[in-house]
Design a protein around this ligand. Structure first.
Ligand SMILES: [Zn+2]
Length: 178
């Protein structure tokens, strides 16, 4: 879902979306790293010369698993969206728009070829709001069962991290020695 800078008139550009909006649902699922169960929002864009001020409201709920107990949870991100995009004109920035971000630039994005991809706007907004660790006790996390104990150190009913299996396979007899 791309909007060209030219399309954004003096009055600005607005779009709303919900769970049946394919681009928004797909972008939300990517950013949330899980199936989206609820989504609604609105994005407004205003242009100041070549800079784009993007504001709006987004509510999304997605299925995740608790990083502590492994239980199924619903993670909700609900709140205002506020991002600023500037044209990608500087030669040292790669075509992919990737470069190291300093903290003051975290809410400053780049758009290229005169158009802004709203899927990326939504993804960037959600990525900035995501908790670094999803656990049952967070206020925006609803466990499907009982919330786990925040003091729980070892997840119950789970085998070793599957990544260790690949390592163990490299060491002959590793499984027999223990
Ligand atoms: Zn948990």
């Amino acid at each position: 879902m791309k909007v060209t800078a030219q399309e954004i008139s003096e009055r600005g550009f607005s779009i709303s979306f919900e769970i049946a909006t394919p681009w928004a649902r797909s972008a939300a699922a990517t950013a949330m790293e899980g199936a989206v169960s609820a989504l609604r929002g609105e994005i407004n864009i205003r242009r100041y010369q070549s800079d784009l001020a993007v504001t709006g409201e987004v509510m999304v709920a997605a299925s995740r698993t608790c990083d502590r107990c492994g239980g199924d949870v619903t993670l909700t991100i609900d709140g205002p969206l506020e991002l600023t995009y500037v044209p990608n004109l500087r030669g040292e920035i790669s075509p992919g728009g990737t470069r190291e971000l300093v903290s003051s630039e975290l809410d400053l994005g780049l758009y290229k070829e005169g158009s802004l991809d709203l899927s990326l706007v939504l993804q960037e907004h959600l990525a900035l709001q995501l908790p670094w660790r999803v656990t049952c006790d967070l206020p925006n996390v609803s466990p499907s069962g009982e919330a786990c104990d925040p003091n729980l150190l070892k997840p119950p009913e789970r085998g070793p991290d599957p990544r260790w299996a690949a390592l163990a396979a490299l060491v002959p007899d590793a499984s027999e020695e223990n």
